[in-house]
Structure formats: structure tokens, C-alpha cells
Write a protein that binds this ligand. Structure first.
Ligand SMILES: *Cc1c(COP(=O)(O)O)cnc(C)c1O
Length: 397
């Protein structure tokens, strides 16, 4: 029988296919099945079980088989000791914060993060749980140094940051944090583990919204935290079993299936996004393009150091046009969909307007509104033509 040698150094692409898969014992199918049952048969003497534990299959909220297979794969792709999956990326982030932080702790986090991080830490955790928060531009490490305090427990960064693609130096921030006994979590969603592995760079946790590139097909939601087992056991007990943001077996299975092609998809996302970023940069009507793969990105050198082989599929750009023209431009697009989310097979565009509640935190050029563009897997030339025709129909070129 085929058996993957887990001690053998397999390449990323091979692990994306084989780790977490296996032969189903009952049918001998070479793909593991979806197990939708929410309860598992108890041992003869159930008193041996820990009801809030997760080691044995008891109840799907404590962890089910499809979740475990996916966790095994993700831990391997992130080069971490263990992974815990959640029902969404925000479930993973809130589970991490809820489990690690105690009342009186201080957190430093990036000015550019997924909006739920801002709301969770800055609006909920500080008012409900008395967690202190400081928001800084983490692309400059000096800003972090100035804010470290006795009670700083965690530095949370997102790189590239959603939606502006700001870059923070994972290795330097992790070294600084560890000198001060502070933990570091990195939201790795925009890069995906194919392009960037925060744990290899020294971070304690890599957080992913599986909804995005790892699933990659825009048809399910999930989240994951990868890190050392000692912390993940705590997160599993406190956040998964007791808060209950568990991933459904079906979604875990879909994400497992999507993740098989992540190396192939990411290569294409990287290539398409770079080509389109360069095209947009060549247009007079475009006020700026922000993409870590462009030399014009202020932190292109840091991005090159920590991201390889590419820079992901998300870019931001501005148009020298008014509000109505922004909407009109989007209405003329025929291939690119106007929708939130990112990392899908298809291209998605969203206008982030000047009414974003975090507008004051954005660098100047983003303040009047801009587009976040998740470049999909279509032929890049078709996408360029779609943009060009929409700009012509809007009288912008
Ligand atoms: C989408 C996203 C999340 C949240 O993930 P959900 O699966 O939508 O809950 C977190 N971080 C980043 C960077 C994201 O893009």
C-alpha cells in the first residue's frame, strides 16, 4: 500500500497533494471521504474521555476527521508544528486573540489589517475585556519599538496588508518581539503559504483565511491558525470547543480539495497580478498602483526578502476620477466581478471609499478611495482588455 514517508523532505507541491490524504479503510477509495456525522461512537467506558478535549473523535465541535486532515496539510504547508481550523478567517483571528489575551494585556497591531481585526481589538477586546491596544504603521519597525510596554503580550501584523498591500518585516519584528518576550502573529492570507511562510521567518503564529487562496474557488469559508502545539492546544480548547467557531466537515473537505492546486494557482496569480500592475502603472489616468512586486512599492525590498516566488494576486490602485466615474468604470467591466473577497479563481474588484471607518489610518494616497483588485486566473490579456474597454466607455482614456 502507498504510504507517504512523513520524515522525507517532500517539496511544497507534493505535500499540497498528499499530506492529509489517505486511503479510506472501509471502501479503499484513494480519497478520504466527507464525514458529516456530528457524533462519533464512544469507547466502552466513556468516563475515560475529556469532554472538552479534542484528541479523540467525540463530537464535531471538538474536532472532526475532515478538519484534522486539513489541519495536517496546512501545518505541513506553513512549516508549523500544528494547525487548528475554524469556520472562517475571522473565527481564527478571534479564537487566537481570545485564547492568548488576558485582561490588562497590551497588543500592538498594524494600521493596515483586515477590518475585523480593527473592530475586534480596538472596539471589542478593549472595551469588553480591558485589553489595551496600540495601532501603528508596522512597516516601520521603529514605530513598534516606541510602543512596547511591560504588559505587551502580542504584536499582530498583516503582510501584505489588506487592502493597501503594506509590507511589514516579519523576521525583524519577530526578533524584536522575542527579545521582549512578546508573541507575534502574522495574517498570511494575502501571500498564502506558497509565497510566504511566517513561521520560517520567526513568527509564532501564521493565520489564514482559508476562504481566500487556500480554498481558491470562492465556494466555502474557513480559517486557520498554525503554530506551536502548546499554544494550539489552548486555542483548540478555549476557542474551538468553548466558543464553537468550528469548521464544517463539508467546508473542510472543499478547502482540502481546493488546496491541492495552490502551487499552480498561486504561480498564475503572481504572474497575472504583476502584469496587470505594470499595465495599470503605465496609464496616465491611474493615480497610483500599490503591489509589493512593483519596484515603486515603498517596501519592495522587504517583500523580495520574505516573499518567494511571487507577491500574490492582490493589488490596489487609484483613478484620477470622481465618485460617479468610479462606479461607472466598474459597471462597464464584463469579466471582472464587482464583489468583496479575494483569492478566487475569478477576478474581483471592490471600491474602498472615503467612508471606510479606518480612513484616518491609511497613508495619504489611499485617503480619497481606491480599488482593491484581486487578480484572478483568467488570461491576463483578457483582463487588461476588460479594464481598457471599461476605461474607454467611461471616457477616462
Ligand atoms: C478575508 C480576510 C480575513 C477574514 O476571513 P473570513 O474567512 O472572511 O472570515 C482575514 N484576514 C484577511 C487578510 C482577509 O483578507
Amino acid at each position: 500500500m502507498k504510504k507517504i514517508d512523513k520524515n522525507k523532505e517532500l517539496k511544497f507541491q507534493t505535500r499540497a497533494i498528499h499530506i492529509g490524504n489517505g486511503v479510506d479503510k472501509e471502501t479503499r477509495a484513494i480519497k478520504r471521504p466527507i464525514t458529516m456525522g456530528n457524533s462519533y461512537q464512544l469507547p466502552e467506558d466513556p468516563s475515560v474521555l475529556n469532554w472538552s478535549g479534542f484528541g479523540d473523535n467525540i463530537y464535531t465541535r471538538n474536532g472532526g476527521s475532515n478538519q484534522r486532515y486539513l489541519e495536517e496539510r496546512l501545518a505541513s504547508l506553513e512549516n508549523g508544528e500544528d494547525t487548528v481550523c475554524f469556520g472562517s478567517g475571522v473565527g481564527a483571528l478571534s479564537g487566537l486573540f481570545f485564547s492568548l489575551l488576558e485582561s490588562g494585556d497590551h497588543v500592538i497591531f498594524s494600521n493596515i489589517t483586515y477590518i475585523a481585526v480593527y473592530r475586534l481589538l480596538n472596539k471589542l477586546f478593549n472595551s469588553k475585556f480591558n485589553v489595551e491596544t496600540t495601532i501603528v504603521d508596522t512597516s516601520n519597525i521603529e514605530n513598534i519599538k516606541h510602543e512596547i510596554k511591560e504588559n505587551t503580550k502580542l504584536i499582530h501584523i498583516e503582510t501584505p496588508g489588506n487592502p493597501t498591500t503594506a509590507i511589514s518585516d516579519i523576521a525583524k519584528i519577530s526578533a524584536l518581539a522575542h527579545e521582549n518576550d512578546i508573541l507575534v502573529s502574522v495574517d498570511n492570507t494575502l501571500a498564502s503559504p506558497f509565497n510566504q511562510r511566517p513561521i520560517d521567518l520567526g513568527a509564532d503564529f501564521s493565520v489564514e483565511s482559508l476562504t481566500k487562496y487556500i480554498n481558491g474557488h470562492g465556494d466555502s469559508m474557513g480559517g486557520a491558525v498554525t503554530g506551536e502545539k502548546k499554544y494550539l492546544d489552548l486555542i483548540r480548547t478555549q476557542a474551538q470547543v468553548n466558543l464553537g467557531a468550528t469548521i464544517s466537515p463539508f467546508n473542510a473537505w472543499l478547502i482540502m480539495r481546493g488546496s491541492v492546486t495552490i502551487p499552480l494557482r498561486m504561480r498564475q496569480h503572481n504572474e497575472n497580478a504583476l502584469k496587470i500592475a505594470k499595465y495599470l502603472e503605465s496609464l496616465e489616468i491611474v493615480s497610483f498602483v500599490s503591489y509589493p512586486g512593483l519596484e515603486s512599492h515603498p517596501d519592495h525590498e522587504i517583500a523580495k526578502k520574505q516573499m518567494s516566488p511571487g507577491f500574490g494576486g492582490v493589488l490596489a490602485f487609484g483613478l484620477k476620477a470622481n465618485h460617479n466615474k468610479h462606479n461607472e468604470f466598474v459597471s462597464h467591466l464584463t469579466i471582472i466581478s464587482s464583489a468583496v473577497s479575494l483569492g478566487h479563481d475569478e477576478s474581483l474588484i471592490v471600491f474602498i471609499g472615503g467612508d471606510d471607518e479606518r480612513q484616518h489610518l491609511y497613508p495619504k494616497k489611499f485617503k480619497n478611495g481606491f480599488f482593491r483588485f484581486s487578480v484572478g486566473l483568467e488570461d491576463a490579456d483578457d483582463l487588461i482588455e476588460d479594464i481598457q474597454e471599461a476605461l474607454i466607455k467611461t471616457d477616462l482614456i
